[in-house]
Design a protein around this ligand. Structure first.
Ligand code: ATP
Length: 223
């Protein structure tokens, strides 16, 4: 469960990027965050993996108050949260295999188990033939799938994605969307920030609309 109680965030003291946000995302939910450029979508995602702390209010992830975590506790939170960025943030000089293995190396997995698990997820993503390529030799859609594999390889409780289909064509978008849906079926809570109306309309999931740092619409009927 993700909970935000009266959360505000200001990068500079007089301008709020988020203003009094109240939001509950139950375990296993799949939601889209949308709104115009500058509405606060990325800021909200960053609060969910403690890249930023709110200036006011509380952020709870699985009951844990993120605002109270010490610096050394943050990596433990991030074990449960997979993150995908629009610009992928892959390591350009490492192979696809190495880029995905990093998630499990950090968690202390053994080499043999890492090999098996990474191969399995890359196969699921249709990338087994690219295992030894470096990211620059891949298409945008393939790079995004590697980034997704890296975020999902340890079956995180929560997946956060910031504009994940930004530069992709329709076929690649469909592929990315089905990966989100499969992760969600396996129990991962999915939060996707996007401008992409078609992606949202084709998905039939909960939509939360931000405007100037406030939630102005939430399609969740149970709210
Ligand atoms: N590092 C920063 N320093 C100062 N202001 C920032 C910073 N990052 C974002 N902002 C401001 O905070 C507000 C919200 O930005 P945010 O990036 O969260 O919006 P967004 O909805 O994700 O936009 P986009 O769709 O363009 O990515 C904007 O007014 C933006 O200018």
């Amino acid at each position: 469960m993700i909970q935000l109680h009266n959360v505000s965030m200001a990068y500079q003291s007089d301008i709020s990027a988020l203003n009094g946000i109240n939001l509950k995302v139950p375990k296993g939910d799949f939601i889209f965050l949308t709104g115009q450029s500058g509405a606060g979508k990325s800021t909200l995602l960053k609060l969910l993996y403690a890249a930023l702390l709110p200036t006011r209010g509380q952020v709870l992830i699985e009951g844990q108050n993120v605002t109270r975590l010490t610096r050394s506790q943050i990596p433990y939170l991030r074990r449960n949260v997979g993150v995908v960025f629009q610009d992928f943030k892959l390591l350009p000089h490492r192979t696809v295999m190495e880029n995905v293995a990093i998630t499990l190396e950090v968690l202390g997995w053994g080499k043999k188990d890492i090999g098996k698990k990474v191969y399995h997820i890359l196969k699921q993503m249709g990338l087994e033939h690219k295992i030894n390529s470096t990211p620059l030799r891949l298409s945008g859609g393939e790079q995004q799938r590697v980034a997704l594999a890296r975020a999902l390889v340890n079956d995180p409780k929560i997946l956060l994605a910031d504009e994940p289909t930004g530069n992709l064509d329709d076929e690649n978008k469909e592929q990315i969307l089905s990966i989100f849906k499969e992760a969600n079926i396996r129990g991962t809570t999915v939060v996707v920030a996007t401008h992409d109306r078609r992606l949202i309309e084709n998905s039939h999931r909960r939509v939360v609309v931000l405007e100037k740092g406030c939630i102005v619409e939430d399609s969740d009927v149970s709210k």
